[in-house]
Design a protein. Structure first.
Lengths: 270, 306
């Protein structure tokens, strides 16, 4: 049984009396401990898909099964990191994390929650910023706290919606490597199941076991590709290999192939 | 010489000038209270020395010294125009020494009156806050009720609370309870309105990120929506507070038997303008003091904002 099974998902929006199909008959599954990226150009419905998984929106048709059970609404089995910085501005970094832990594990004492929060802040390299408010942290630091919060909640599933989309290039690569390190872990703990939405092909290759490529209007699954590279991965080693450039080019041609299908086929030269 | 020292010297010169003026002969008959003005000036000077030794921040200190400078300037002009050159009507403009002396003599009475006034403000205002904020949270969160409530509170809130006084006197047993009721109304509507609009304006991303953390309804309202709306809520609280002061003192001038408004009204009716001025100054000091504490609270609660 797959960890997550998405079956025939269709999502429609009504916008000023105009019906708009965001997702059409989307189906795929994610195995336990698998890191899956969903990529596609803007407007392909990848964020809509994730909002359904989060439980913030509900689909017109179709179901999502987690561990074989259909979901309705949000759940304590899923942790979320958004693209926009989603910390509570009136809580310090550690209080934000402790608050997240409290919502999933009521039985943990307050002192223990704060201790756990501090540990996770250490893990993302923000130990000395634990008593700072989000407004005192940079965007990248806020996103580290958000990741720490999602990890500290210790849910089976992590849903990440372009978490590094608003961060500058240098910090983005640092955060990607941090996420990779934290997800791969020490090899003892069971890996989390991750669904990661991005529009960055290199990010998807570096991080994922499998890439789901989506196409737009209406949003649907266009291709599923397994990423053939061994783990643990190292960016600088990986990008130098010929296999990497070959794989990346294949992905790019698939990506643009989809666009060419849309706008008139092979006559268009990019 | 540092800027700090220069500032200090300037203030000390003003203080010296203030003392020198006391040497001029009095033009006003029976001016036996000049000592009170001198003691007041000396008290301020001691305060200046004390504060400038304690406060390290240059900006805050400069502000304090500037204000003290104005105070000395005003005192000097006041003394010159009254006690020393008798330029103004002695009945309408008593010299400062007499005002300070009256303050000291009436101190006990004034404390009783302040207690009465502040007690009424606190009761009405706190009652309004603890009802209006939870109600506003609930109404703002419930989209349908909130819409109707916005219109209703706009209508009811637009009635100036002071016009409730005659009706309140008919309804309620004591003048005090009428005052509390009027203060309650004065604070209630702005706080309710600002709480509702605060709730409606909480950013969607805050609500979404609380939702995905699986917060329960109660936590959502009181641990997420409430703190997110607090900046807006404070706008209504500020408004309610300043209206409360205006209303209370005017209400006390109509029918009360104590309170600072009553003190001012009673003595000006008797033509005792020394005490009228004492009352005005005391009201000013009390209002500034309460606003200061209120601002401290606001700063503390909103310390997370840049």
């Amino acid at each position: 049984m797959s960890k997550i099974e998405i079956q025939n998902l269709t999502v429609e929006y009504t916008d000023k009396n105009r019906r708009f199909t965001a997702l059409k008959d989307v189906s795929f599954s994610v195995e336990s401990g698998e890191f899956v990226s969903v990529i596609g150009s803007s407007g392909c419905g990848k964020s809509t898909l994730l909002s359904i998984l989060e439980g913030i929106n509900s689909p017109a048709e179709g179901t999502i099964l987690i561990d074989g059970k259909p979901i309705s609404g949000t759940g304590t089995d899923r942790g979320v990191v958004f693209q926009h910085y989603s910390l509570f501005p009136w809580m310090t970094a550690r209080k934000n994390i402790a608050f997240g832990i409290k919502q999933v594990k009521k039985e943990i004492s307050k002192a223990h929650r704060l201790k756990l929060a501090d540990e996770y802040l250490e893990k993302v390299g923000l130990g000395e910023f634990k008593n700072q408010y989000p407004s005192q942290l940079s965007g990248g630091m806020q996103q580290r706290v958000a990741i720490a919060r999602a990890l500290a909640m210790d849910t089976d599933i992590l849903l990440m919606d372009e978490p590094f989309g608003a961060i500058d290039a240098k910090n983005r690569t640092i955060l990607q490597e941090l996420l990779l390190k934290l997800w791969e872990g020490d090899g003892v703990q069971e890996k989390k199941t991750v669904v990661f939405v991005t529009h960055d092909i290199d990010e998807a290759i570096l991080l994922s076991d499998r890439i789901i490529m989506m196409s737009a209007s209406p949003g649907r699954v266009y291709k599923e590709i397994s990423v053939p590279f061994e783990r643990p991965r190292n960016r600088s080693d990986l990008v130098q290999t010929r296999d990497y450039s070959k794989f990346r080019n294949e992905l790019l041609s698939l990506f643009y192939g989809d666009i060419m299908d849309k706008i008139g086929g092979s006559e268009v030269v990019l | 010489m540092t800027a700090r020292k220069r500032f200090l010297r300037w203030i000390h010169l003003l203080f010296l000038l203030f003392l020198l003026i006391q040497l001029l002969p009095d033009q006003v008959a029976n001016e036996t209270y000049a000592a009170y003005a001198i003691w007041f000036g000396v008290g301020v000077e001691v305060l200046v020395l004390f504060v400038s030794a304690l406060v390290k921040k240059q900006e805050g200190l400069n502000l304090f010294l500037d204000i003290v400078g104005f105070l000395y300037g005003l005192l000097i002009l006041w003394i010159l125009a009254t006690a020393k050159f008798n330029l103004l009507s002695e009945v309408l403009f008593p010299p400062p020494g007499r005002v300070f002396e009256q303050f000291v003599r009436d101190f006990h009475k004034i404390v009783v009156n302040i207690k009465s006034s502040v007690g009424i403000i606190l009761q009405g205002y706190v009652l309004a806050t603890i009802i209006a904020i939870p109600l506003g949270l609930f109404l703002g969160w419930s989209a349908r009720l909130g819409n109707a409530a916005t219109y209703i509170s706009k209508f009811l809130g637009s009635i100036p609370p002071i016009v409730y006084i005659p009706y309140g006197i008919a309804l309620l047993p004591t003048f005090r309870s009428v005052s509390v009721f009027v203060i309650f109304l004065a604070a209630f509507w702005p706080i309710l309105a600002s709480t509702m609009s605060g709730v409606l304006n909480v950013e969607q991303r805050i609500i979404d990120s609380a939702k995905v953390l699986n917060v329960k309804k109660f936590t959502m309202l009181f641990s997420v929506i409430l703190p997110a709306a607090i900046p807006q809520i404070f706008i209504g609280c500020n408004q309610g507070l300043s209206v409360s002061f205006i209303l209370l003192t005017s209400a006390e001038m109509i029918g009360a038997r104590d309170g600072m408004g009553y003190y001012v009204k009673q003595y000006s009716d008797f033509g005792d303008y020394t005490r009228t001025i004492v009352g005005l100054l005391v009201i000013g000091v009390v209002v500034v003091g309460i606003s200061f504490l209120f601002n401290k609270l606001q700063r503390y609660l909103l310390r997370w904002r840049r």
